[in-house]
Design a protein around this ligand. Structure first.
Ligand code: FPP
Length: 262
């Protein structure tokens, strides 16, 4: 259930954050479910189940903070190589999430957009994700990209394939393929790129997440394992973001003596 409310100290932190610059779009690489379960001597699947609960809490917190876009990496194109039982459990969790949360997400104005090769997912998972997307389509408080069977490289290949097809059909000329044209073939079009990408579980990698869109995202890694990631951890990551100077390839404002720093 997504009940929105806050304890006193969370509320104080939230108010402090709101006075700073908030990202429009936050992306999350939810890592560490397996280790979380292992530390407790439990099967990995339980880590994923707790991870799914953590996701619900973070969606709630993003709404409360007024963040417009959230994207979360739930299953990558590489995750199919995991043991069959784990893959099946993850697919079942997606179904449970989609079916169990649809009404609540819609009630809170969350619009869910599944991104990735959804058409190649097991039928039940695909159907529930499509139903969730349809059911929440009018949400206007938070747009939530749920990356399932998603890979950044495969998204780029898909865009290139589509543009090549259109070029062969004479619908686009190669000279017209610029950033705007290319972006129009990405899953996240026409929405903004992530400003901040948070990775839990202590690693410092993008792991094929939103490769094109993350070009200028600020990256924050935390050792916290995803099932333990709380509203407070989100606030900490946002504070780090608020203290960063974003440059977009331009010369630093305070220091204009050259250099190619990004
Ligand atoms: C990475 O942790 C996490 C995943 C591959 C799956 C993420 C899935 C969820 C958070 C739950 C399901 C989501 C929904 C929307 C129902 P890992 O297993 O690689 O962890 P490890 O690095 O500790 O082994």
């Amino acid at each position: 259930m997504l009940s929105i409310g806050a304890s006193g100290s969370t509320e104080r932190h939230r108010q402090k954050l709101l006075r700073g610059r908030m990202p429009v779009h936050v992306g999350i690489i939810m890592d560490g479910n397996g280790r979380w379960a292992q530390e407790r001597g439990r099967p990995r699947v339980e880590g994923h189940r707790s991870g799914s609960r953590a996701l619900r809490e973070i969606i709630k917190e993003c709404i409360s903070l007024g963040i417009d876009y959230l994207s979360a990496f739930a299953f990558s194109t590489e995750n199919w190589t995991r043991p069959r039982g784990e893959v099946e459990a993850l697919m079942a969790l997606m179904v449970e999430f989609a079916a169990g949360e649809a009404a609540d997400l819609a009630a809170h104005g969350v619009k869910v957009i599944p991104i990735g090769e959804v058409s190649s997912l097991p039928l039940r998972t695909r159907e529930e994700l499509e139903r969730l997307s349809e059911f929440t389509r009018d949400g206007d408080s938070l747009t939530f990209f749920l990356a399932v069977n998603y890979g950044g490289r495969s998204e780029i290949h898909r865009a290139a394939r589509e543009l090549a097809r259109r070029a062969v059909q004479g619908k686009v000329s190669p000279e017209d393929i610029d950033e705007e044209c290319f972006r129009a073939h990405l899953y996240t079009h026409p929405h903004p790129d992530p400003d901040l990408i948070i990775r839990t579980g202590g690693e410092w990698r993008l792991s094929n997440f939103l490769l094109y869109q993350a070009s200028y995202a600020e990256f924050v890694s935390t050792p916290v394992l995803w099932p333990d990631f709380s509203a407070g951890d989100l606030h900490r990551a946002l504070r780090i973001y608020q203290n960063r100077e974003r440059r977009f390839g331009q010369v630093k404002k305070r220091d204009s003596h050259g250099g190619t720093d990004a």
